[in-house]
Design a protein around this ligand. Structure first.
Ligand SMILES: *[C@@H]1O[C@H](CO)[C@@H](O)[C@H](O)[C@H]1NC(C)=O
Ligand SMILES: *[C@@H]1O[C@H](CO)[C@@H](O)[C@H](O)[C@H]1NC(C)=O
Ligand SMILES: *[C@@H]1O[C@H](CO)[C@@H](O)[C@H](O)[C@H]1NC(C)=O
Length: 640
């Protein structure tokens, strides 16, 4: 295949560094824990920084320290922000999280797969107990999804049942919000989440809709391989009211362990709990990995800390006198970083004069050489345009770190015997997919496979996308069709879109799709990304490539009629044009919710012959991952 058609990360500006600086500058505020004044200072500086640094999802993501401040905020049962907050319009009772209640919609959308207490117990029994964390329910769905990906991995490493929120917040309604409020509990997001970031927006934008997580995620699919229960199931298992579930996603430290498991015969034995403090997770200068293999422990003489107290780490490598080669590697580390890419490490070895003694073109030899000098190879995934926003899992990379910086999640916390283990705060921003790196290639591949094969959209979404894909193909005379994601909405309001005006933006999209058409016309030897189960999609060769004037699909949150007209006149078709009355009826009320529509748009773009999206968008990142799994050729997708 011809590499010139591939997105070239190397040629992209590396914004990663500036974002790291941002993180560092926020860290400096870490110890300060008092006063709203400080909080608002950080809020303002983040907004200033974020808009200065151009397009990001970053208002939705927060560095852990900030989150730490927020934890003390009005998360749960603050009398000032009662939950549920009183919706200004006739409130609908919460969608059943535990009890059943007739569904108001033409189709029963919240799946009625309510587990019995015995079924919940049977999920938990083969594991050591529960793992959960503070979920940031204020984030959009795709970021929540990435956090869930990582949480499934973290729970598995600890041999525990993962507890996920039973609901998420959708951000917008396709119609007047009063319409959606008749079908899903409308909440003021500020009150429900405990953040203030929407407070100054127009009323409509302060409101969100509480919807069951099963509308966004195929829970039965996830449960086929991983022990997962919802927080409302956890509460029922412990004799608590499922309606008392935390509204913010924060794990209430005392309330959730106040009652014994209903199967516990000793009625005074309430669950024990262990908190993994946020600042233990990956403090600066360390690298969190899944686990430390025995050979690595042997090489570095890893030993457990004496005593039984469980804290930041369970053990460490023995101190070593650095060799000259090791010093050479240390000085090759990029400024302020403790990790280098593979080529940098090789160059350093060559500069140390090793090129004559050992074969530096042989990766195994390079790795062994690094190991001898106290360094290790970690496995992860290539960032998109130098940043870890899109969290794609399609391009594996190797990176090099000093052994002493490695911290194994399993090594540190698997031996904890508390019933409940909680990871405190946020570990999402600036992290690699999985929120950790991997020590062996097979674990990385297994993680990638889990992301695309076990965390999927509900079957209803996939089925609708399939129908719509056929409809677009028909519009285009049966040819292959292309699509793009144009994020505008809040991005445009904040000046974060790739192109401010719709004319320039659609011109850019058409330009990329034009290149895509050439790719499709020239495809001959199909390739796939190296993701488990990916088989080349032969349709890419069987169907005719698009013609220059073919319609293309655009997923967008743009709702301004004038902007939509401009985009449409350029040849775009939108979801709203593709949907029929029958589609809407059979899908049911969730299709009125913008976030659910975005899920359908996403599933549709997974099926396009060529896809172009935003390099900083988590929605686009998921599309890339899912395309890889369906066997789309790597040349048929572009993020920039
Ligand atoms: C997980 O924990 C359960 C319960 O303690 C135990 O029976 C099982 O063997 C463990 N599984 C693994 C893979 O360690
Ligand atoms: C939504 O509907 C309500 C009630 O009918 C109305 O008062 C309000 O103005 C509408 N909002 C918008 C943005 O049209
Ligand atoms: C019941 O549990 C409590 C708390 O763990 C413990 O102190 C007590 O000894 C237990 N009673 C019995 C009969 O095991």
């Amino acid at each position: 295949m011809s590499p010139e058609n591939l997105p070239s990360p190397a040629s992209q500006p590396n914004h990663g560094r500036s974002f790291r600086r941002l993180r560092v500058s926020l860290r400096a505020h870490g110890p300060i824990r008092t006063g709203l004044f400080v909080l608002s200072t950080i809020v303002i500086s983040l907004i200033v920084f974020a808009s200065f640094l151009s397009p990001t999802d970053s208002l939705w993501r927060r560095p852990s320290d900030w989150y730490g401040l927020l934890q003390k905020g009005p998360f749960v049962s603050n009398p000032k922000y009662p939950y549920p907050p009183t919706p200004p319009h006739a409130p609908t009772p919460a969608i059943p999280t535990g009890a059943s209640r007739p569904s108001p919609s033409p189709s029963p959308s919240p799946p009625s797969d309510i587990l019995t207490l015995e079924q919940i117990r049977d999920i938990v029994t083969p594991t050591k107990g529960f793992f959960s964390r503070d979920f940031s329910l204020g984030l959009g769905w795709n970021n929540m999804r990435y956090i869930l990906d990582a949480a499934v991995l973290q729970a598995e490493l600890l041999n525990r049942t993962l507890v996920v929120p039973s609901f998420v917040y959708a951000r917008a309604c396709e119609y007047n919000i009063t319409v959606c409020a008749d079908y899903a509990t409308m909440v003021n997001k500020n009150d429900a989440i405990g953040w203030e970031e929407w407070r100054k927006l127009p009323y409509e934008q302060q409101m969100g809709f509480r919807i069951p997580i099963s509308i966004m995620l195929d829970l039965p699919l996830l449960r086929q391989k991983y022990p997962v229960i919802t927080a409302s199931e956890y509460l029922r298992l412990h004799g608590q009211d499922p309606e008392s579930e935390s509204s913010s996603g924060f794990w209430p430290r005392e309330q959730y362990i106040a009652r014994p498991n209903v199967f516990q015969s000793n009625k005074t034995r309430t669950p024990t709990q262990f908190i993994i403090e946020n600042h233990w997770y990956d403090p600066s200068g360390t690298h969190r990995v899944d686990y430390i293999p025995q050979e690595m422990k042997d090489r570095g003489k890893w030993g457990r800390h004496p005593g039984t107290k469980i804290g930041e780490t369970a053990g460490s490598f023995a101190p070593e006198e650095p060799t000259d080669v090791s010093n050479r590697l240390t000085s090759a580390l990029p400024d302020g970083k403790f990790i280098m890419d593979w080529d940098t490490a090789k160059t350093a070895l060559r500069a140390a004069g090793l090129g004559t003694e050992v074969d530096l073109n042989n990766d195994d030899v390079v790795e062994r050489t690094l190991n001898i000098h106290g360094w290790e190879v970690l496995r992860s995934f290539q960032s998109v345009i130098g940043m870890d926003y899109a969290k794609t899992i399609v391009n594996p990379i190797n990176e090099v770190v000093h052994r002493s910086t490695i911290r194994g999640f399993k090594d540190d916390y698997h031996h904890v015997d508390a019933d409940v283990v909680i990871l405190a705060g946020e570990t999402h921003l600036f992290r690699k997919p999985g929120a950790m790196r991997f020590t062996v290639e097979s674990s990385r591949a297994k993680y990638a496979s889990m992301v695309v094969h076990s965390l999927g959209s509900p079957p209803k979404v996939t089925a609708l996308a399939k129908v719509l894909a056929a409809r677009i193909r028909k519009i285009n005379g049966g040819r292959l069709w292309m699509g793009a994601h144009m994020r505008r909405g809040d991005f445009a309001r904040l000046g974060w879109v790739m192109e401010q005006n719709p004319e320039a933006h659609i011109r850019r999209v058409k330009d990329r799709l034009q290149a895509g058409r050439t790719v499709l016309a020239r495809l001959s030897n199909l390739a796939t990304y190296d993701v488990e189960g990916a088989k080349p999609d032969m349709e890419q060769l069987k169907l005719h490539p698009p013609l220059p004037d073919d319609k293309f699909f655009v997923a967008t949150d743009e709702r301004d009629p004038e902007a939509l007209r401009v985009i449409s006149e350029a040849g775009a078709i939108f979801l709203s044009e593709l949907l029929t009355i029958e589609d809407r009826r059979s899908f049911g009320w969730p299709l009125m919710i913008t976030d659910v529509r975005a899920l359908v748009e996403q599933a549709l773009l997974v099926r396009s012959a060529f896809f172009y999206g935003h390099g900083m968008s988590s929605l686009s990142g998921v599309i890339i991952n899912m395309r890889a799994a369906r066997g789309a050729d790597p040349r048929t997708m572009l993020l920039d």
